[in-house]
Design a protein around this ligand. Structure first.
Ligand code: DLL
Length: 435
């Protein structure tokens, strides 16, 4: 039997949901127009007044906001409430430049905890469960975000944070955690450490894990489920909008339901800004309609996603987003071909005979892009003959060529060569950007 944290919202019929969204959108637009100079200036420049936004159908009239806007107004320029109402700050570093800073009122924190509670309940958790949180605590939203949700559900929360993987395995086992949350790459790191410590999946109690904060493939899901003996569910979010809990997976494991009573999602063509029809792949844009301290309007996430409407087998009516391919800024263009690291992960894991650790190294030599994939061989393969290893490399090379249409140099490296991560994995080293 499917369980819901907030059945009224999670299964609301579309018409009622749109009415609610429209009301909340109008209220938010008016508030930010009055309180945030950047929105007022942008809307004035676009010739849009708050009264022009009467329903969700008017959303497209609003101008977009970008990560750069957060940098330009650093640190508090886009806050929509006085600072004495802000009870928590989080921040994210991004790849370049200044951090972006976001804030929450007490009501915002409660809404965030509710979003994560919905995710945990969809994963089958209740107050009898123990939750091992290995997302980082601190300015990163992962740790404290899921912590709040797990407490709301009444779970016994174990705030382990990152680091000291061996000790984490001992805690997992001894404290009897039934749920875990961390990045999918850290889940594999834990599984590998467990194996080294001689602990099998039958000796731990984990039933499900909520993994997110980075792109991961269906093949990686299978790998994590096999190695840790749990159900692996996806959870999505970003600092600018909420942190974890913007969208969450249900038992169907076919995409993440977006908490549409709090966030309106659109898919646009990243080049033209044009809104695309449901089902099309494009850039995900979010508008926050219930946040007090930091409500973003039409925020360009850079995440490349596909939305799917229709009632899910779990009974939820919220739109589903398919697993993100990655961010448009993570997409590599190698010899003119678009390459997402997740495509390479799929190829490697579907071949199934290497370790799930890889790094893509791109450079430019004599005006031509070089494309190397370093793939770690598993400890079992380490004793293989050179001939067998050459055969493996050949298979990978051919599979990558079939999938992407370009040739890559495949370098098999020894076990433990590719750096392990406690947070988000680094899959790409692009020397072209470093020159
Ligand atoms: O990663 C928030 C988070 C924490 C989400 C814990 C889930 C779990 P940021 O550091 O701001 O926030 O990074 C946000 O990470 O725009 C996506 O590109 C990527 N991302 C997050 N979740 C997923 C996911 C947190 N489930 C950026 N699948 C986003 C793919 C994801 N990419």
């Amino acid at each position: 039997m499917e369980r819901y944290w907030n059945e009224e919202m999670e299964r609301m019929d579309r018409k009622s949901l749109e009415t609610l969204q429209s009301y909340r959108l109008m209220r938010t637009v008016r508030r930010v127009y009055e309180n945030v100079p950047l929105y007022r200036e942008r809307m004035d420049a676009a010739g849009v007044k708050p009264e022009d936004i009467r329903s969700v159908a008017d959303l497209h009239k609003l101008p977009f906001t970008y990560k750069q806007d957060l940098r330009d107004t650093y640190p508090y320029g886009m806050f929509a409430v006085p600072m004495n109402e802000v009870v928590r700050l989080h921040a994210s570093s991004g790849t370049t430049g200044k951090k972006i800073v976001v804030g929450y009122t007490a009501n915002d924190l409660d809404m965030w905890a509710e979003c994560c509670a919905r995710a945990l309940t969809a994963a089958g958790a209740d107050s009898n469960d123990f939750m091992h949180v290995s997302y980082g605590y601190g300015l990163f939203t992962g740790g404290l975000g899921l912590h709040g949700g797990a407490e709301k559900v009444g779970m016994t929360v174990i705030p382990v944070s990152t680091g000291n993987t061996k000790q984490q395995v001992t805690i997992l086992k001894d404290f009897g955690s039934t749920y875990i949350c961390c990045t999918p790459s850290y889940a594999l790191n834990l599984a590998e450490t467990m194996k080294e410590m001689g602990i099998t999946k039958d000796e731990i109690q984990l039933r499900a894990g909520l993994f997110g904060a980075e792109p991961w493939t269906e093949e990686m899901r299978q790998d994590i489920e096999d190695k840790l003996g749990l159900k692996a569910l996806d959870i999505y979010g970003l600092t600018e909008i909420l942190g974890p809990g913007v969208a969450y997976e249900c038992s169907a494991q076919t995409g993440m339901h977006i908490n549409e009573d709090h966030f309106i999602a659109e898919i646009i063509d990243p080049d033209t800004g044009e809104v695309l029809p449901d089902g099309a792949q494009g850039e995900l844009v979010f508008t926050c309609i219930s946040k007090e301290a930091f409500p973003m309007l039409r925020y360009r996430t850079r995440d490349i996603v596909q939305l799917e409407r229709g009632v899910c087998s779990c009974g939820r009516t919220f739109v589903k987003m398919k697993k993100p391919m990655g961010r448009s800024d993570d997409m590599l263009i190698i010899r003119g071909v678009n390459v997402f690291p997740s495509q390479i992960e799929s190829v490697l894991l579907s071949l199934g005979n290497t370790a799930p650790y890889y790094q893509i190294i791109v450079d430019r030599v004599n005006n031509t892009d070089t494309f190397e994939i370093q793939v770690e061989i598993s400890p079992e393969m380490f004793t293989d003959t050179v001939k067998n290893l050459e055969e493996q490399a050949k298979q990978i090379r051919e599979a990558v060529h079939t999938t992407l249409g370009i040739q890559a140099k495949i370098t098999l490296v020894e076990p433990k060569t590719i750096p392990r991560t406690e947070g988000k994995a680094v899959h790409v080293v692009d020397h072209r950007k470093l020159h």
